[in-house]
Ligand binder design. Structure first.
Ligand code: NI
Length: 160
């Protein structure tokens, strides 16, 4: 188990555009493993993107607690969006804050898995929201940039 340090919203790194992965090396596999450890630590995250641990590559993982379990995305591309859903979001890089964000209700995304094999996934509801949120990180976009009413709220008590 290896935790990586989180890059927070005031760090310029979180605003960078990430480059595609051109070869899935042991270093990328270690990155995926460490991102999962970091996301699951304290049970706080349902997704994390590589720039959140300071690696400017197009990689993210999600686990929204559904039947899919952990899904790893390398060089993801959202190929289809449908509908709209407004709901609250949070982010490991923006601790203690939340706001309402409008996301597609349904998406299709294609990406490479850790074996370099391309897959395509259809996602709805929370999974679609989470994938869109993580995909935004790869272009330096944070959920607070997309607040539907321009407001960002403090979460009063984060302790569980
Ligand atoms: Ni985030």
């Amino acid at each position: 188990m290896a935790l990586r340090n989180l890059v927070l919203e005031d760090d310029p790194l979180i605003r960078k555009h990430c480059r595609p992965v051109d070869e899935i090396t042991p270093r990328i596999l270690k990155l995926l493993d460490d991102m999962a450890d970091t996301m699951y630590f304290e049970n706080r995250g349902i997704g994390i993107a590589a720039p959140q641990v300071g690696v400017l590559r197009r990689v993210f993982i999600v686990d929204v607690g559904d039947d899919h379990g952990l899904i790893e995305f390398i060089n993801p591309e959202i190929t289809y969006k449908e509908g709209s859903q407004i709901g609250g979001e949070g982010c490991l890089s923006v601790p203690g804050k939340t706001c309402e964000v409008d996301r597609p209700q349904k998406i299709r995304v294609k990406a490479l898995d850790r074996n370099g094999k391309e897959f395509e996934l259809e996602a709805e509801d929370l999974l679609a929201r989470c994938i869109c949120h993580e995909n935004d990180h790869l272009d330096g976009i944070l959920f607070i940039d997309r607040s539907v009413d321009g407001k960002v709220y403090k979460i009063e008590d984060q302790d569980e």
